[in-house]
Design a protein around this ligand. Structure first.
Ligand SMILES: [Zn+2]
Ligand SMILES: [Zn+2]
Ligand SMILES: [Zn+2]
Length: 396
């Protein structure tokens, strides 16, 4: 079954997405990535590198979300400075009494032998670093044996008071503003994926068709989309795009929506065989390289939807067709200023090759074959000569 025609799309999608190169690019970038995730750096902020070259992408993506082609999910949430908006924010723990950030975590220790309780720092001998009971002066030996840790507190080095519930504050490294959680802005960070509708829009080729059709028309081809081509069986086969050269050579293009590349190919080859289109391009959502290995037909090309030069490659296939035609038309090329060329001993040679040199691999291969043939012929000649030689040698 052929893909739905462009006209099958809602008008707004057609106008907002299909005709807008930025919207198309965003859709394709997400399609290729699967999910476009934020890259978060404290100093660089929140970035989406694949979108960065696309002007006003944040605005365009809002439209794509509204049209239900793209969906965003919360990938994270970040504290932003309420004054400057920066995410380069550090957490601080403050003394609840004097608000100093200069507080130190410490353990509360009980010396079980005498029952004395104090912070670890009071037990620690500043010279030896050993734990010694400040009350009974005996050294502490082993946790659980002669002392226990009964908790952790923060000791303020400014006002010397202790707390087990310091205040939490945030400090902006960008503008030095300090703020508490009630004043912090705590914003979601999104990642972007295509909705099933968005996926379908991409694989249907709707985002590429216009560009391809225009490029083919510019080359002078007559384009229909979708286009029909009669098979030898009498069946009319529909292709997403049919482009005809002035001499009637046919370039057919299909966008395959199947996820399985081999299925996409095998279901389309009969069409190509029945119609004998001159060139058939099958565009797959993925796996084009592997699929192209399966195709043994010279006139069938398998391309991938997301490859960067898709339109250019189709254009070069169309040019190839046109070139063949041009050669047929110019059966006897005119030889301008023949006398001069003859004078330089270049004769007809200059006129023939230029097109052939420019033409693509296939013709080169044909030439190579011809040359191989020549070599073989020469080889045989040599063999014959060799035989002759030996014959001569034996006097026969
Ligand atoms: Zn700030
Ligand atoms: Zn003690
Ligand atoms: Zn304090």
């Amino acid at each position: 079954m052929a893909t739905p025609a462009l006209s099958g799309l809602p008008k707004e999608i057609e106008e907002r997405v299909v005709h807008d190169p930025i919207a198309r690019k965003i859709m394709l970038v997400i399609f290729k990535a699967g999910t476009v995730r934020p890259k978060i750096g404290l100093e660089t902020g929140i970035r989406y590198p694949p979108f960065e070259d696309l002007p006003q992408w944040t605005k365009v993506i809002e439209d794509l979300i509204r049209l239900k082609l793209v969906e965003r999910n919360v990938a994270d949430r970040l504290i932003h400075c309420p004054r400057c908006g920066s995410i380069h924010v550090s957490s601080r723990l403050l003394c609840p009494w004097c608000k100093s950030f200069n507080i130190e975590p410490t353990f509360i220790i009980q010396h079980t032998l005498c029952g004395y309780i104090d912070t670890e720092s009071k037990f620690r001998d500043p010279n030896t670093g050993q734990l010694i009971c400040p009350k009974c002066k005996r050294p502490l030996r082993k946790e659980g044996l002669d002392y226990v840790v009964i908790g952790k507190v923060f000791e303020c080095l400014n006002c010397k008071r202790k707390t087990n519930k310091p205040l939490i504050a945030f400090y902006c490294r960008n503008c030095t503003h300090q703020f508490d959680y009630l004043n912090a802005s705590y914003e979601p960070v999104y990642e972007y994926t295509l909705t099933p509708l968005g996926q379908k829009l991409v694989v249907s080729g709707a985002l590429h068709k216009e560009e391809i059709i225009n490029a083919l028309k510019e080359l002078g081809l007559i384009v229909e989309s979708p286009g029909k081509e009669k098979g030898r069986s009498g069946i009319d086969h529909t292709f997403d795009i049919i482009a005809r050269t002035p001499q009637g050579r046919v370039l057919a293009i299909d966008f395959a929506e199947e996820k399985d590349p081999s299925l996409a190919i095998t279901s389309r080859i009969p069409k190509a065989l029945d119609t004998e289109v001159d060139r058939y391009v099958i565009i797959l959502p993925s796996g084009a390289f592997e699929a192209s290995m399966m195709v043994q037909m010279k006139n069938v090309a398998v391309l991938e939807l997301t490859e960067p030069y898709l339109v250019e490659r189709i254009v070069s296939i169309a040019k190839e067709l046109l070139k063949k035609e041009a050669k047929e038309v110019e059966v006897t090329p005119e030889v301008p200023e023949a006398s001069e060329e003859e004078f330089f001993g270049l004769g007809g040679e200059l006129n023939i090759p230029e097109e052939e040199l420019l033409s693509v691999s296939e013709e080169k291969k044909e030439e190579e074959k011809k040359e191989e043939g020549k070599k073989e012929e020469k080889g045989e000649e040599k063999k014959e000569e060799a035989l002759l030689g030996s014959d001569e040698f034996f006097g026969m």
